[in-house]
Design a binder for this molecule. Structure first.
Ligand code: NAI
Length: 321
């Protein structure tokens, strides 16, 4: 099954203590994403995030990122409602079995990012524990950058042991928290929407100047997104005029989103999440004309759009590059 944000309520994480064992590739990205999600979703009581790590360059990073860290594995395990096990796979069995399992609460949810040690039964957990796999199909740095840019990333979620009966609920909430349930369909749809808006309004008599400035060149839209990041997507609207606020709030309820929904779903399911896009991209050099040549062709098409031709005219008239 495919899961999206709407399928994954965060409520079950309210007030919980979430311990990260390891602050490496995955640990750092997932902890930062979770912290940001709890903040942006204003989850109250805010879950507590604890980083447990040996003293090394990774623990310094945790300190720089404002988390701090503890090397007291037993104490960290004892307070964990959720325990992410994100040290290298070969390190996990000994660390978990000897230093974590003895004090881990019997109802804690253990989260792994790879099925390896669970499948081969290298971890000795109680039958009453939940064990879920939340495995981003993405390197840690991209788990973070794609979260920051508002994109999602493919991620496998599975329940390996449902000790409390709530393992799915917690696993899905965590997947959403780390940013894995957004789908990746936003930007192609935004580009297509801009193109359609441009052509339609041009057809209704708007000038190129008015359109390019209204849509992006005045940087008003960039400022709106910055405010959205700072204040909140909806809250930033208060900086606009009453007419604009009314128009945006009322108008957004009136847009027929059927086609957009269908398109988001198509891109997410049939292009991104099933790997078709990645497969196609990776085969460009191997079986096709190559990445550079393909990009040249795509740029040629994009530059020939009504929007791009309109912008070129305006830039020339304004003496801009
Ligand atoms: P990593 O290699 O980045 O782990 C480094 C972390 O482990 C640091 O916090 C370090 O202090 C700690 N560490 C290393 N040796 C230790 C030891 N002997 N005792 C205690 N702590 C030690 O790990 P990575 O790559 O994030 O992998 C974590 C889990 O995520 C693994 O199960 C891996 O299969 C899975 N995974 C990794 C992906 C990736 O992008 N690297 C992608 C998807 C899953």
């Amino acid at each position: 099954r495919l899961f999206y944000d709407k399928d994954c309520p965060l409520d079950c994480l309210k007030g919980k203590t979430i311990v990260f064992i390891g602050y490496g590739n995955q640990g750092r990205a997932q902890a930062l994403n979770l912290r940001d999600t709890f903040k942006s979703e204003q989850l109250e009581p805010t879950p507590k995030i604890v980083i447990a790590n040996i003293k090394d360059s990774y623990s310094s990073k945790a300190e720089q990122d404002g988390f701090g860290f503890t090397s007291d594995w037993k104490a960290a395990a004892a307070e964990a409602d959720v325990l992410f096990l994100l040290v290298p796979d070969q390190v996990q069995p000994q660390l978990f079995n000897e230093l974590i399992a003895p004090t881990l609460q019997k109802t804690a949810c253990i989260v792994v990012a790879s099925g390896y040690n669970v499948f081969y039964k290298h971890l000795n957990m109680a039958k009453s524990n939940d064990v879920v796999m939340v495995a981003p199909r993405m390197i840690g740095t991209s788990v973070r950058t794609r979260y920051e840019s508002g994109e999602g990333f493919p991620c496998f979620v599975s329940v390996e042991q449902d000790g409390t009966g709530k393992a799915w609920e917690v696993g899905l909430a965590l997947s959403r928290g780390i940013g894995a349930t957004k789908g990746g369909a936003l930007w192609p749809t935004i580009i297509a929407t801009f193109n359609e808006a441009y052509s339609t309004l041009k057809g209704l008599g708007c000038s190129d100047e008015a359109l390019v400035h209204e849509m992006w060149m005045s940087k008003e839209s960039a400022e709106i997104f910055e405010k959205a990041a700072e204040d909140g997507f909806v809250k930033q609207l208060v900086h606009h005029s009453s007419v604009s606020q009314y128009g945006q709030l009322k108008g957004s309820l009136e847009v027929d989103t059927t086609a957009i929904k269908k398109e988001f779903k198509r891109i997410a399911e049939e292009r991104v999440l099933n790997g078709a896009f990645a497969k196609e991209f990776m085969s460009l050099d191997r079986d096709g004309p190559g990445v550079e040549r393909t990009l040249e062709e795509l740029y040629a098409k994009a530059k020939n759009s009504e929007l791009a031709r309109g912008e070129a005219r305006v830039r020339e008239r304004l003496g801009l590059k």
